[in-house]
Design a protein around this ligand. Structure first.
Ligand SMILES: [Zn+2]
Length: 406
């Protein structure tokens, strides 16, 4: 019995040491074996064995040659092999499905975007994902490897079962996406809620390194958040943490949310709300600019169009954004006072409006933030409209670095 335990311990130890060395090589990009020894505290024979394993079997590391010697034997330099290793990221949204092929440094090799066409149903959406993956696979070189596919889904994803329990954007409830994709994809794939992946992308591939406490708010046709606390992505008991859109910001409101409650932030400040307020103003004949930009057609009024009108100085559209910013600040106040984040990132379609919303939020935030939290920075998400795709990539990259994929 004792011997078996020893064998198991050695296996685990090898795996843990391998993770340490791989992370070190990726972090440094190029490093000598002697520097690995210095930084990891591992012995030279262990390092040689593990580095060879990473070069020959995992193909995640390559030999770069000999470095400069300061007398004695010149050091052997190894490098993280990012360019011939790839990951596919998919952003499964209700308007578009976006797919990207990236290398392990998140450099984009290829991107595809197709309309989701919700009306064609679940089967058609699954087919589109499969077709995007097939096209992206053709764009890699013959000796290059795709490690896996990460997918961000707009909806409540149960992190244990993988069941999409509800997605108002898609009109889905209790959808087993895993079962359907399992039949059609022969690469490992993983998915999670799109906003949580935006937060993961920000954590692993954002411009600010070493941020351990921040929140990403995703404002599109709904509102959600991804929370990073003490360096960890918060999932909650069932994996549903971060439903920021359903905090009440106006208990007296008669606007009903998709969830059934009244006065939710999502019901009062999402892209959908901006568009519907724009339509109301058009119908009440209160904005010449909205009329001009839409040609009087209410079906053409989108949040983006109202933002454009506001940026051109339309008073009515500016009032709409002012109201939206007020509700968002109330929400941000709750989250900032509760969690004391370093940064609140805002992503999603709304964040792309040339700073209009950010300016309004800056003006209003002190009404809702404790003095001690006023230093919180409110910034656009690092990766703009690629934030979910990058997060989906980060999901797979994380698994590669933890040696969970082969
Ligand atoms: Zn709600």
């Amino acid at each position: 019995m004792r011997k078996e335990y020893d064998k198991m311990d050695i296996g685990l130890l090898h795996l843990e040491n391998k993770k340490v060395i791989l992370k070190l090589i990726k972090h440094e990009n190029e490093i000598s074996r002697s520097a690995i020894a210095k930084k990891s505290g591992l012995t030279p024979p262990t390092i040689t064995r593990i580095v060879n394993d990473l070069i020959l079997n995992d193909k995640l590391v390559e030999r770069l040659g000999l470095g400069d010697s300061s007398g004695g034997r010149p050091p052997l330099i190894v490098k993280f092999k990012n360019t011939s290793n790839h990951v596919i990221g998919i952003d499964l949204g209700a308007t578009y499905i976006r797919g990207c092929l990236v290398d392990l440094n998140a450099n984009f090799i290829s991107e595809i975007q197709v309309p989701t066409e919700l009306e064609k149903g679940f089967e058609s959406i699954v087919e589109k994902i499969v077709a995007i993956v097939a096209k992206l696979r053709k764009r890699k070189g013959p000796d290059e490897k795709i490690w896996g596919i990460g997918i961000g889904v707009a909806g409540l994803v149960n992190s244990e079962t993988g069941i999409i329990e509800s997605s108002p954007d898609f009109g889905w409830s209790n959808i087993d996406l895993r079962k359907e994709l399992d039949k059609r994809l022969d690469l490992p794939f993983f998915y999670d809620n799109s906003t949580r992946l935006m937060a993961l992308g920000e954590l692993k591939m954002g411009i600010r390194e070493n941020q351990k406490n921040f929140v990403v708010i995703n404002i599109g046709y709904g509102i959600a958040s991804g929370i990073v606390a003490e360096g960890n992505l918060l999932k909650g008991y069932n994996g549903f943490a971060g439903e920021f859109g359903h905090i009440s910001v106006d208990p007296d409101s008669d606007v009903q949310c998709k969830c059934g409650m009244y006065g939710c932030l999502e019901a009062l400040a999402s892209g959908h709300r901006i568009a519907s307020l724009g339509i109301q103003e058009l119908e009440n004949n209160r904005s010449e600019m909205l009329k001009e930009l839409s040609g009087g057609n209410k079906d053409l009024i989108t949040a983006e169009l109202v933002a454009n009108a506001a940026l051109k100085g339309d008073k009515t559209s500016l009032e709409i954004f002012d109201k939206i910013a007020e509700y968002l600040c109330k929400g941000i106040g709750v989250i900032a006072n509760l969690l004391n984040p370093e940064t609140v990132y805002i992503g999603g379609g709304i964040s792309l409006n040339e700073g209009l919303l950010f300016k309004l939020i800056e003006e209003k935030k002190k009404k809702y933030l404790l003095q001690s939290n006023l230093k919180v920075q409110i910034l656009p998400a690092t990766h703009g409209d690629q934030a979910t795709s990058i997060g989906a990539v980060a999901l797979i990259l994380n698994k590669i670095m933890n040696l969970e994929l082969r």
